[in-house]
Design a protein around this ligand. Sequence first.
Ligand SMILES: Nc1nc2c(ncn2[C@@H]2O[C@H](COP(=O)(O)OP(=O)(O)OP(=O)(O)O)[C@@H](O)[C@H]2O)c(=O)[nH]1
Ligand SMILES: [Mg+2]
Length: 339
Amino acid sequence: MDFLDEAIITAKSGDGGSGCISFRREKYIPRGGPDGGDGGCGGDVILRASAGLNSLIAFRFQKQFRAQNGEPGRGKNRTGKDGDSVIIEVPLGTLVYDKDNNELLADLVRDGQEAIVLRGGKGGKGNQHFATPTNRAPRKAQSGFPGQQKTLKLSLKYLADVGLIGLPNTGKSTLLSRLTMARPRIDSYPFTTLVPNLGIMSLGDEMNLTLADIPGLIEGASQGRGLGHAFLKHVERTKLLLHLLDITYRPSRDLLEDFYMLSEELVKYSSSLSRRDRIVLINKIDLSSPEYRDIGEVRRALEDIGIESLAISALTGEGIEEVREAISRKFFNEPESEQ
Ligand SMILES: Nc1nc2c(ncn2[C@@H]2O[C@H](COP(=O)(O)OP(=O)(O)OP(=O)(O)O)[C@@H](O)[C@H]2O)c(=O)[nH]1
Ligand SMILES: [Mg+2]
């Protein structure tokens, strides 16, 4: 599976080059003064967010990064060359922690955003700096300062505007492919989606929203059942959740029960996520039949608890325009809710 959202790497910034001890030697100047240049600075370790990446998979293979050391200073007051920094590209939404103390070092959210997580050591001073009236020929220079080394924990948490959640097989991936250009795998068995998918939904001029489709959740996900709730973190930074209910799913049971069951799993995961703005989408209405619960009734019950719902068919496209409008309203028309 070419997806990974947690990785541990080690990184070291470059050591500074040492300062130089040297004296001027020129024709006709018998005893030249000190001219030892400074050492170059060691390179930094820089993390840079790149919109072209969507997984930390590269770090399964490469786990060690090292910036270049600075070069030593030289005679004639020449400063040593600075070491090259190492730039580590990560997907947008990558959080960088110091693994040893769990301190958050950076949260990279914009394309091209950079964070220097380890600074290179400074170069040592050459003997040109140590001349004094009483010691005009100092045989002394500083050695370079060492770089730093850290074990870093990278944790990817997608930055999506809208998250798609629901039990397995409810049609989340089908809906993502309806609303965006993404073409995730869709199949008639549960747990088709094993890793999150992202898609961009265009709402006219320059108004794009990112949608995240995550693997299906089941009762007990918070205790690790099914694929567990490990992927819920990828919808944690969304503003809106689309919660899919499948009218054909477990027809002997109650659609509302499915709704409450998954809501309960959200509460167990994070209370702030469980309070996130949510629209319920009752999917697969093209298969409506009297054996399934009356959709109108379900919608009224949801309305009673203040939850907006829509009846749709992700397969035929019925109701999809209303979904777009509802999403668009949440993002572009509604005044900010005071949460
Ligand atoms: N009849 C009908 N079938 C649908 C509809 N939406 C999705 N399906 C079918 O339901 C099955 C599951 O769809 P997916 O989109 O893979 O569902 P999912 O929620 O992403 O499933 P997981 O990734 O396994 O959690 C597929 O066979 C789809 O073709 C719909 O509106 N009507
Ligand atoms: Mg899916």
